[in-house]
Design a binder for this molecule. Structure first.
Ligand SMILES: C[S@@+](CC[C@H](N)C(=O)[O-])C[C@H]1O[C@@H](n2cnc3c(N)ncnc32)[C@H](O)[C@@H]1O
Length: 406
């Protein structure tokens, strides 16, 4: 019997892996089924919550970006040097690096060089905040546009699993903390993301989908890149814990807590079993091997498209909310676990809220859905504030790759 019969209401359900036990896949045909940032549109909520954590995630590749960008061929000075950010959110986290990149390239190619910066994200993204940030209406971080001439900013509300800009048009492109969002969601019956309870078929289906999406993403970018152009990607990672040998992934503790509380809601009847199954995270953290695979195979479509891997490294980025808690404890003697939990939840609700809202049945009113999801984050926050941050502390591990189009 397939899950299609067991769970007839899974929306837009198809089967992946015809050869293995069938695992249903939910197709994210509507963008709102994937990711909708939590917070009021136009309020800059991404930058003021999750952005606080993610603003530092470019640092491990900052110097390489600034050095290698100067090697990108740009001979036709009558045309524009094109820069793009995929999965840009409200532009807050790329503001500083793009400011530095533009300053470096202006020094290198001359002050009259014209630049086009394209911010790509899904059609549900908060582009209003992006433009308020670019114009300085939301002043922090300061917009590079306010002190630079000849820089033109555009937005593309599309889907990065398709071609988003004309072929052979971009010189430098970047995508940080975004490609773990998949185009389709393999379904886990007993957890919101893969875990100990997941079957081998479910786990295989997730990683197969991630492999297909990774290739699609890379081939689309390859078409868009100019020869000699660069692509820098920061990927949320899966890795083996050095101490325990356990498999861990970016934000392991947080996703585990969300799963624990949501599962209790399902067991107590607060949400239905069907709603629990409809609330799978549409994400996959990848291993180094998976990230490298399209490049290590010489005859893969990605290698044949001309993409060449210059570097790949795994980095553990600091958990800024844990660091704030630790500093306050060490410097002021205050062990403020409530503050840690509050800031942490406010940041990570930004990306995770829509998954829970989407999973709830459409027979519920919006108000009822919001009440349940508010309750979830309240319960997670309470549970977190009772935990020792030394134990909760999340691994924010990323794999960074730098690619050149030959
Ligand atoms: C966690 S945010 C990362 C934002 C920013 N790059 C950073 O590093 O802070 C992930 C972004 O990826 C976007 N995203 C997810 N799937 C996408 C898709 N298929 N096409 C375009 N954007 C997508 C989301 O809308 C979201 O803004």
């Amino acid at each position: 019997m397939s899950f299609r019969i067991l769970y007839p209401s899974i929306r837009r359900c198809h089967l992946l892996h015809k050869g293995l036990t069938a695992v249903p896949v939910r197709y994210n045909a509507d963008a709102q089924q994937i990711y909708r940032p939590y917070g009021k549109t136009g309020d800059g909520s991404y930058g003021s919550t999750l952005g606080k954590q993610n603003v530092g995630s470019v640092l491990p590749v900052r110097e390489r970006i600034l050095r290698l960008a100067q090697t990108i061929p740009f001979t036709d000075k009558d045309s524009a040097f094109n820069i793009a950010d995929y999965g840009a959110a409200d532009g807050s986290t790329a503001m500083a690096i793009f400011g530095e990149l533009l300053a470096t390239l202006k020094d290198h190619h001359g002050p009259d060089t014209q630049f086009q910066v394209i911010y790509e994200d899904s059609e549900m993204n908060d582009f209003n905040s992006l433009f308020k940030r670019m114009s300085g209406i939301i002043p922090d971080p300061p917009s590079y546009l306010l002190e630079m001439d000849n820089v033109y900013v555009l937005a593309s509300g599309t889907n990065f699993y398709k071609q988003c800009v004309p072929s052979n048009s971009i010189h430098f492109m970047m995508s940080l903390a975004s490609v773990h969002w998949l185009s389709k969601t393999p379904i886990f019956k007993d957890s919101i993301y893969k875990g100990d309870m997941s079957s081998a078929e479910e786990t295989t289906a997730l990683h197969k989908q991630a492999e297909l999406d990774w290739e699609t993403f890379l081939l689309s970018r390859s078409t868009e890149l100019k020869r000699g152009g660069l692509l820098v990607v920061g990927v949320c990672a899966e890795f083996q814990d050095r101490n325990t040998g356990e498999k861990r992934y970016t934000l392991y503790s947080f996703v585990g807590l969300l799963n624990e509380v949501w599962k209790e809601y399902s067991e107590s009847g607060k949400i239905s079993r069907e709603e629990f199954i409809n609330t799978n995270m549409s994400t996959c953290c990848r291993t180094m091997e998976e990230v490298r695979k399209p490049f290590d195979e010489r005859w893969s479509p990605v290698s044949r498209s001309g993409l060449n891997l210059l570097s790949a490294e795994a980095v553990v980025n600091p958990d800024v909310f844990y660091n704030d808690w630790r500093e306050k404890k060490d410097n002021e003697g205050i062990d403020d676990r409530d503050d840690f939990a509050r800031k942490y939840i406010s940041a990570h609700r930004n990306w995770s809220n829509s998954t829970f809202m989407n999973g709830l049945s459409d027979s519920r009113s919006l108000e009822e859905k919001e009440q349940i999801v508010d309750g979830l984050y309240d319960d997670v926050e309470k549970r977190m504030s009772r935990m020792n941050p030394e134990i909760f502390k999340d691994d924010v591990k990323f794999i960074y790759i730098v690619i050149r189009k030959e």
